[in-house]
Design a protein around this ligand. Structure first.
Ligand code: NAP
Length: 283
């Protein structure tokens, strides 16, 4: 059996076209959705990420502002910038690129973002909204994974979903989103005694670890849906996920590739969240 691919690039194109159409409709009402991206320091990976986010905004009719600051920007100065953006009516979404330099308390900065503009979904108010089922912004990466499941018409009710990883930005919100769709959810982490015993029971596996080959073919139930969030480099320096793609695709029913899977979906959901933030101010 060879798994069917869930193509994050193709799905992103469809969803981004919808974003662009809705952004144009809002513009006609006099509101241009605006995203502020704040980058502190020179982290090369972060520079690539923010560039991609800004470009995705431009390509889809959203206004974006990239604010770049040197690594020695003080926490107080950054908090003042966030405050100014909170009060800027042209900005509907604020994203502070992580990681921040060590002298800045990242959680304090995130909590300073107005929850109405928290398009990354990292504020405790957003986390609380997700946990209680209240309206709020969902973190983009797990939200993108949910859209991928939706795109194949997958009904999670009664299915067993295993999430590998329990970070606040991927694993935990992923588990809550799956739970909200009536899956039975198991969360695994570095202290899980027998990961394979868990994943072999899973109808859906989401791997969000950051280590190559965390999930191999012998750990997957035939026909399962496998979503690979990981971003790693193989020995040749090429981007790869957490899943042994070549092996697992022979067992799984559906699989997301890396690259071209969850990665583009994350940016797409950032656009969706920013658009929705703007729509909420307009209605
Ligand atoms: P993280 O904060 O480092 O969390 C990793 C999680 O994996 C932790 O919960 C850790 O457990 C668990 N873990 C580590 N080793 C394990 C093992 N051997 N077995 C089972 N669980 C293990 O990472 P993250 O921010 O969630 O990101 C995870 C991966 O997704 C990274 O590769 C990251 O680059 C990628 N990512 C991709 C996107 C995208 O857009 N494609 C977005 C975000 C993240 P403990 O909690 O016990 O330490």
């Amino acid at each position: 059996m060879t798994a069917q691919l869930i193509d994050g690039n193709a799905l992103s194109r469809t969803l981004r076209a919808d974003v662009a159409a809705r952004a144009a409709a809002l513009k006609a009402l006099g509101v241009t959705p605006g995203l502020a991206v704040v980058l502190v320091g020179e982290n090369p990976a972060s520079q690539v990420y923010v560039r991609n986010k800004v470009k995705a905004c431009e390509d889809n009719g959203l206004h974006s502002v990239l604010e770049k600051y040197p690594a020695d920007l003080s926490e107080a100065e950054l908090l003042a910038r966030v405050d100014a953006l909170n009060n800027d009516p042209a900005i509907h979404g604020i994203l502070v690129q992580l990681p921040l330099p060590a002298h800045i308390d990242a959680q304090k900065v995130i909590e300073a973002i107005s929850p109405e503009k928290d398009v990354d979904g990292f504020h405790v108010a957003s986390a609380g909204a997700l946990m209680t089922g209240a309206p709020g912004f969902w973190p983009c990466t797990p939200y993108g994974c949910m859209k991928m499941l939706e795109s194949i018409g997958y009904d999670l009710r009664g299915k067993h979903a295993v999430v590998i990883g329990r970070s606040n930005i991927v694993g935990k919100p992923m588990a809550l989103m799956l739970l909200a769709k009536n899956a039975t959810v198991t969360i695994c982490h570095s202290a899980t005694a027998d990961l394979g015993a868990m994943t072999r029971q899973a109808d859906v596996v989401v791997a969000a670890v950051g280590k190559r080959n965390v999930l191999t073919a012998d750990m997957v139930k035939p026909g399962a849906v496998v979503i690979d969030v990981g971003m790693n480099r193989n020995d040749a320096g090429k981007l790869c996920g957490d899943v042994d793609f070549d092996g697992v695709r022979e067992v799984a029913g559906w699989i997301t590739p890396v690259p071209g899977g969850v990665g583009p979906m994350t940016i797409t959901m950032l656009l969706v969240n920013t658009l929705e933030a703007a729509e909420r101010t307009a209605h």
